[in-house]
Design a protein around this ligand. Structure first.
Ligand SMILES: O=C(O)CCC(=O)C(=O)O
Ligand SMILES: [Fe+2]
Length: 196
């Protein structure tokens, strides 16, 4: 594993974090390439019987289709910029990934609610590598059942890499809350291995 990936020591989890995995200005170049080349989509979510726009833009690239937030995602074929980033991430983590979900948080009003990446297509102990580019955002982990544990905050800085593996998704939820602060746009890439 990459020496910058340091363990976070959460109980019932296996999480590593590298705050400066892709340093600036290389991170800025990747951010601009992704803004331009990725086919960003505004998806909607069904909530209480109503269709609402997701509070972020998304895109799904890879080799196999996959269900996410109840949507059947047909992946788009890999772009050169995504293959470059995948190679870096695979080298650092020692895992292989056949898919990537991208999220674009345009402003502080864009967000992702509490969830786990525990879809059956990812297998029982998924390895998920999450790369952040652009404006930094707060992230948090919350244990599903142990109410004695406080939620664990983390700042996902520009160029940072977060690796969640082993039992993490089974026991913990995570989120990216909205913020009233003025923040720069942020791109997040979660590399995954879809087995089904
Ligand atoms: O934007 C982030 O850091 C979180 C993304 C995430 O949790 C997901 O795509 O499942
Ligand atoms: Fe997630």
């Amino acid at each position: 594993m990459h020496p910058q990936l340091q363990p976070l020591h959460l109980p019932d989890a296996d999480v590593y974090f590298a705050p400066d995995f892709i340093p600036s200005p290389e991170s800025d170049v990747y951010f601009e390439r992704l803004m331009r080349k990725v086919n960003w989509q505004q998806e909607s979510i069904k909530m209480f019987g109503r269709e609402l726009p997701m509070p972020r833009l998304t895109a799904w690239y890879g080799d196999k289709s996959y269900t996410y937030s109840g949507l059947q995602n047909k992946p788009q074929p890999w772009l050169p910029v995504l293959l470059e980033l995948r190679q870096k991430v695979e080298q650092a983590t020692g895992h292989k990934y056949n898919s990537v979900l991208l999220n674009l948080y345009r402003t502080g009003q864009d967000s992702m609610g509490w969830h786990a990446d525990d879809e059956p297509e990812l297998g029982p102990q998924p390895s998920i590598a999450s790369l952040s580019l652009g404006g930094e955002r707060r992230f948090a982990f919350k244990h599903r059942t142990r109410k004695d544990l406080k939620s664990v905050p983390l700042i996902l800085s520009d160029g940072s890499l977060l690796l969640m593996q082993g039992p993490t998704q089974h026991h913990w939820l995570h989120q990216v809350p909205k913020t009233p602060k003025t923040v720069q746009p942020r791109i997040n890439l979660t590399f995954r291995d879809v087995i089904a």
